[in-house]
Design a binder for this molecule. Structure first.
Ligand code: ZN
Ligand code: ZN
Length: 366
């Protein structure tokens, strides 16, 4: 699906909701709709807004980014923001004659929202889009699935190059850096998120930044990484150990693996996120570790590494063919460590197609 088709899909949704324009301020939605790769500096420095009417589409940006914008966002008229994004948005909305204007309530600066409110003509209504664009993005086209699969293949390859070379005494930071180098050497644009290497007790924190701690034989080492390639993300977690696993690690690993397999075999299009999550959660709870599975089973992956749909106990939406999701059960025990195994999969009409190729168990000599 080209950006032209994506804009057509957005316009269809706008019409359904009686809107005649939308201001797009979420960077991922902006990229997905326009192809423009301008970099933002969160939380308050934007490199562009889109104003999309039913007939015309504008990319508002600074003069500095105009050349890049013209090159990348070919379906858009490039509009100089001059001093203020929201004032430029207002001018375009006036030019379009739009009366009901959608805005991204989950990704707009309060300052910009106030400017729109103050500057728009009397009678022009601002309407929250909620997750309208995110929902459009959630179902991937075959071309997008191909891009994600390439990012995942590259991630798998980088992991398999580095993991077998981990030795006692190497630090978490050193291992994370070598993984990042491998990603880049293999052609990734960079990591999709900061690589996590969490050894021993550090593995009890599901999102963890690597430290100078040296890895030791027999303890779990949780590695979470993903490549960014052509705007699309990958996501992989494996738990490895050097030499022999102790009894507890062996047991916890088997429970997490059984939970992963139950979910991967059982998930179908049409199930809700909650039902999918329960497939794994029930296995972990039955083994007595219910309290130790502290996060949801998975999330969508696309131009962002966390996006809709959500496989969580609160996920009430049904999974659809074309969703790309992670399956990542985990058990975390404070003071001891954690085990998480994460695969990336495409939801197909009759089940999941797993994109990840890394073995679940990797033997590493001490
Ligand atoms: Zn991950
Ligand atoms: Zn993940």
């Amino acid at each position: 699906m080209s950006t032209t088709e994506r804009i057509a899909a957005l316009r269809e949704r706008l019409r359904e909701r009686g809107l005649d324009a939308a201001v797009i301020t979420h960077p991922s939605n902006r990229f997905w709709l326009s192809g423009y790769t301008g970099e933002d500096i969160p939380p308050n420095e934007s490199s562009g807004h889109l104003v999309i009417g039913l007939e015309a589409a504008y990319l508002v940006t600074s003069r500095l980014n105009a050349e890049q914008a013209r090159h990348e966002a070919t379906g858009f008229t490039i509009y100089d923001r001059e001093r203020d994004f929201a004032k430029a948005d207002t001018a375009i909305i006036r030019e379009l004659g739009a009366r009901r204007v959608g805005f991204e309530d989950q990704a707009i600066l309060y300052r910009d929202y106030r400017t729109l409110q103050d500057e728009l003509d009397e009678g022009v209504e601002l309407v929250a889009l909620e997750t309208l664009v995110d929902d459009l993005r959630a179902v991937k086209t075959p071309e997008e699935i191909e891009l994600i699969a390439r990012a995942q293949a590259l991630t798998d390859q980088a992991f398999m190059q580095v993991a077998p070379t981990i030795r006692p005494g190497q630090t978490e930071r050193e291992i994370a850096w070598r993984l990042e180098q491998a990603l880049r050497d293999l052609g990734a644009d960079g990591p999709a998120f900061p690589i996590a290497v969490a050894s021993g007790p550090n593995g009890a924190l599901p999102h963890y930044r690597p430290t100078d701690r040296q890895v030791r034989p027999g303890e779990p080492i949780v590695i979470d990484m993903g490549a960014m390639l052509a705007g699309y993300c990958a996501d992989l977690t494996r738990t490895v150990w050097l030499g022999e696993a102790g009894e507890q690690l062996e047991h916890v690993f088997e429970v997490v693996l059984a939970a992963l397999e139950a979910a991967e075999v059982g998930i179908r299009a049409g199930m809700t996120g909650k039902e999918a999550d329960a497939l794994a959660r029930d296995v972990i709870a039955a083994a007595g570790y219910g309290e130790a599975f502290t996060h949801s089973l998975g999330h969508g992956v696309g131009v962002r590494v966390h996006e809709a749909p959500y496989l969580s106990p609160r996920g009430d939406r049904p999974l659809e063919a074309g969703h790309v999701v992670t399956i990542e059960p985990g058990i975390y025990i404070p003071g001891w460590g954690g085990v998480r195994i994460e695969d990336l999969a495409v939801v197909e009409p009759d089940g999941l197609r797993i994109l990840t190729t890394v073995p679940k168990r990797i033997t590493i000599l001490p």
